[in-house]
Design a protein around this ligand. Structure first.
Ligand SMILES: NC(=O)c1ccc[n+]([C@@H]2O[C@H](COP(=O)([O-])OP(=O)(O)OC[C@H]3O[C@@H](n4cnc5c(N)ncnc54)[C@H](O)[C@@H]3O)[C@@H](O)[C@H]2O)c1
Length: 334
């Protein structure tokens, strides 16, 4: 990753979350100063997020500075105050992040994902307008869910994504469209990153691998929604972080760009369960359930563009990644 010429910090939103905390730690380890914000959204426990922040703070052993602000990005005056400080750029990862849950809370998801993104983009723009060398780019988390039940896998960035099947996916698509308009009007580079089911240490507790590790380890029944053939292109956190940093470095050369950050190897729910069971050394207790509204059948990334333009190359095989996540889980429970 290129060293920032101004020595300014990079702003990371959602820094107490799963992906944000890993990105912050990686930047700090490279000597890049970071300012992080998070509102400790109640979707999962504050304790987990505080533990993520402790890991971020440990990465300041490199000598790079980290400061944290507890802040809701929908609070405009608070965000205006935050942007009194100058940033090298922004990595905007904060969001409400579960398609299934969004079905029952479309307004909350639009508020946290679309409205907050508009606020972040607007304040980033104002800073960029004062000096084009400052706040030189914005990287935003999108999602593979924008592909909906697209009939032509693997999914490439040029496909029509105007038929998302959950409010969450619709908010991510809305952010992508806003990002394009932002670039078109203001020439501040914006990257939109479509993450595909990210897993690894500190993974959100609602996501499949995390849930399966916990339930199988504790002998708790798992509701299997559908027949287990539903598949996700599970992508290890370190691979995703390398893609985010490459996108941050390279977006100025593109202006506006959407990139897939996936693994291009979908794993069925049945395979996920079998792998976790093998690594944990216990059999799962399964309870049959129906496919849930908002769930897509398959996610599968075409990586042609991100390989060519970002040099992105996922390196972690699923079972190797699960082993690392199980090791982290056991360590946390000690
Ligand atoms: N994890 C995945 O597999 C995955 C897949 C696709 C897209 N994404 C996207 O990547 C991003 C990070 O996901 P994650 O898995 O790390 O989720 P996460 O929930 O662990 O992290 C998101 C963080 O954002 C914070 N946040 C939410 N609303 C906020 C607000 N209004 N103001 C300030 N902070 C707020 C939350 O408290 C949380 O700590 C999200 O935008 C998500 O939609 C994740």
């Amino acid at each position: 990753m290129a060293t920032d010429v101004h020595g300014l910090p990079i702003l990371i939103t959602g820094v107490a979350g799963f992906i944000g905390s890993h990105v912050a730690a990686a930047l700090l380890a490279r000597g890049q100063a970071v300012v992080g914000v998070d509102n400790f959204d109640q979707f999962y426990s504050r304790q987990r997020k505080e533990a993520n922040l402790a890991r971020v703070r440990a990465a300041t052993a490199s000598g790079a500075e980290f400061s944290f602000h507890e802040m809701d990005l929908t609070d405009r005056p608070a965000v205006a105050g935050l942007f009194c400080q100058r940033f090298a750029g922004v990595i905007h990862l904060a969001a409400k992040a579960n398609p299934r849950v969004s079905v029952g809370d479309p307004i909350g998801y639009v508020h946290a994902n679309v409205y907050a993104t508009a606020i972040v983009l607007e304040h980033a723009r104002q800073q960029f307008a004062l000096d084009a060398g400052v706040c030189s780019r914005v990287v935003v988390a999108s999602s593979s869910s924008v592909y909906g039940n697209c009939p032509t896998p693997p999914f490439h960035e040029g496909l029509d994504v105007t038929t998302p099947i959950s409010p969450y996916a619709a908010t991510k698509q809305a952010c992508e469209v806003m990002g394009y308009t932002h670039w078109h009007l203001h020439r501040q580079p914006v990257a939109m990153l479509r993450f595909f089911t990210v897993y690894g240490p500190c993974q959100r507790p609602d996501l499949g691998v995390s849930l399966f590790i916990d339930r199988i380890s504790t002998g708790t029944p798992i509701t299997l929604f559908g027949d287990g053939t539903m598949a996700r292109d599970c992508t290890y956190i370190d691979d995703v972080v390398s893609g985010i940093l490459a996108a941050y470095d390279r977006i100025p050369a593109h202006g506006y760009r959407v990139w897939n950050l996936g693994n291009s190897t979908p794993i069925s729910v049945n395979e996920m369960l079998a792998t976790v069971a093998r690594v944990v050394g216990k059999a799962p207790v399964l309870v049959p359930g129906k496919v849930q509204p908002g769930d897509v059948q398959l996610t599968y990334a075409d990586l042609t563009r991100s390989r060519a333009e970002l040099g992105y190359e996922p390196k972690t095989a699923f079972e190797a990644g699960v082993r690392k996540q199980v090791a982290w889980y056991l360590e946390e429970r000690r």
